[in-house]
Design a protein around this ligand. Structure first.
Ligand SMILES: *[C@@H]1O[C@H](CO)[C@@H](O)[C@H](O)[C@H]1NC(C)=O
Ligand SMILES: *[C@@H]1O[C@H](CO)[C@@H](O)[C@H](O)[C@H]1NC(C)=O
Ligand SMILES: *[C@@H]1O[C@H](CO)[C@@H](O)[C@H](O)[C@H]1NC(C)=O
Length: 291
C-alpha cells in the first residue's frame, strides 16, 4: 500500500515535471565600463515560456534597487542605493536606465525574473560594471624631439576603484619593459570607503630613425582594468612624417612644434561598447634624406 502510494506520488511529480515550462533568462546586457556622469542602460531579456510574469527585480551588490510588478500600481518601485539614480520614464520590464553615474555605481548587477503562481520560477544573472572617471592621459611629452633625444612621458590613469594595468604602445607595438618606468600607484583616501587609485606608467626611450620608418608613429597608452574585463580607455599620440624633399639635408628628425588635439570623444555605444577617450596628437617632423 505504502509502495503503491509512493509510486502514485512519483508518477504525479513526473507528470507535473513534464508540464513545467522552464522560464529562461536569455541575456543581461550591461556595459562593462561606463564613464562618470553619463547614463547607461541595463537590459534584461527573458523567455517566460508561456508563464505569466510576476516580477523583474534588479539588484546591485545584493541590494534591490528596482522592482517591476506588472499587476501593481504603479508598476515600478525603486529603492534607494548609493550610486544609483534611475530614469523611471525610460525604464520598464526589460530595461533600466541609470543616469548620473558615480564611481560608486561600479559593482555587480543582477536581473532576477519570477513567474506567477503556481510555478513561482525564478531565474537570474549577474554582470559587473565599472565606472571610471575617464581614460588614461599621456603627460610630459614635448612638442619636438631630435634623433638621439630622449622621450619621457607618463601615462596616468584616472582615479579608479582598483588599479589599472597600463600598456604603452609605440607604433602599435607594445613597448618592451626596458623602456618602461613604474608602475607607480597613488592611493587617495587610503583605508576609507572612497579609496581610489591612480596608476602611473612611465615611458622613456631614445629617438632613433627606426621610430619613424613607417612615416607614422603613434604613442598610445591603454588602460586595462584588473578585472576579467578587458580595457577600454586609450589615448593615441600620433606622429606624422612629412615626405622627404630635396631641400631637407639635415639628418636630424624634428617634430614640428605643433600639437593638435584632433579628437577627444567618449563613446557609449550599447552593451559591447568600448569607452574610448582618444586624444590624437599629430606631430609633424622633418624627414630624413635617404641615400
Ligand atoms: C612621471 O611620474 C613620476 C612619478 O610620479 C615622476 O617622478 C616623473 O617626474 C614623471 N615624469 C614626467 C615626464 O612627467
Ligand atoms: C627590449 O628591447 C631591447 C632593445 O630594442 C632588446 O634588446 C631586448 O631584447 C627587448 N627585450 C624584450 C624582453 O623583448
Ligand atoms: C564585456 O564583458 C563580457 C563578459 O561579461 C566580455 O565577454 C566582453 O568581451 C566584454 N566587452 C568588452 C568590450 O570588454
Amino acid at each position: 500500500m505504502v509502495r503503491l502510494h509512493a509510486f502514485f506520488i512519483l508518477s504525479l511529480l513526473a507528470l507535473q515535471a513534464s508540464f513545467v515550462r522552464n522560464i529562461k533568462l536569455l541575456n543581461v546586457r550591461i556595459a562593462n565600463h561606463t564613464v562618470l556622469g553619463t547614463s547607461t542602460k541595463l537590459e534584461c531579456t527573458y523567455d517566460l515560456q508561456g508563464e505569466t510574469l510576476y516580477s523583474v527585480k534588479w539588484y546591485k551588490d545584493g541590494d534591490e534597487f528596482f522592482r517591476y510588478l506588472p499587476k501593481s500600481v504603479p508598476k515600478i518601485q525603486v529603492f534607494e542605493k548609493q550610486g544609483i539614480y534611475i530614469d523611471i520614464d525610460k525604464s520598464n520590464s526589460n530595461e533600466v536606465v541609470l543616469k548620473s553615474l558615480e564611481l560608486s555605481s561600479s559593482g555587480t548587477y543582477r536581473c532576477e525574473v519570477s513567474a506567477e503562481a503556481p510555478s513561482f520560477q525564478t531565474v537570474f544573472q549577474d554582470r559587473d560594471m565599472i565606472t571610471v572617471e575617464e581614460g588614461p592621459r599621456i603627460v610630459g611629452l614635448l612638442p619636438e624631439y631630435n634623433v638621439g633625444e630622449t622621450v619621457n612621458a607618463n601615462c596616468t590613469s584616472s582615479k579608479m576603484k582598483s588599479y589599472a594595468q597600463l600598456v604603452w604602445y609605440i607604433n602599435e607595438e607594445q613597448a618592451n619593459s626596458t623602456v618602461l618606468q613604474g608602475p607607480y600607484f597613488k592611493v587617495h583616501h587610503p583605508g576609507s570607503n572612497e579609496q581610489l587609485v591612480t596608476t602611473v606608467l612611465g615611458l622613456s626611450f631614445k629617438v632613433t630613425d627606426s621610430h619613424f620608418k613607417s612615416g607614422h608613429t603613434y604613442l598610445k597608452c591603454a588602460a586595462q582594468l584588473t578585472s576579467v574585463y578587458l580595457h577600454s580607455d586609450k589615448q593615441i599620440v600620433k606622429f606624422t612624417k612629412r615626405p622627404p624633399t630635396e631641400s631637407i639635408i639635415s639628418n636630424t628628425v624634428q617634430l614640428a612644434n605643433k600639437i593638435q588635439v584632433t579628437s577627444i570623444s567618449a563613446r557609449n555605444a550599447g552593451p559591447d561598447h568600448v569607452i574610448r577617450l582618444v586624444a590624437c596628437v599629430p606631430l609633424l617632423f622633418r624627414g630624413l634624406r635617404h641615400n
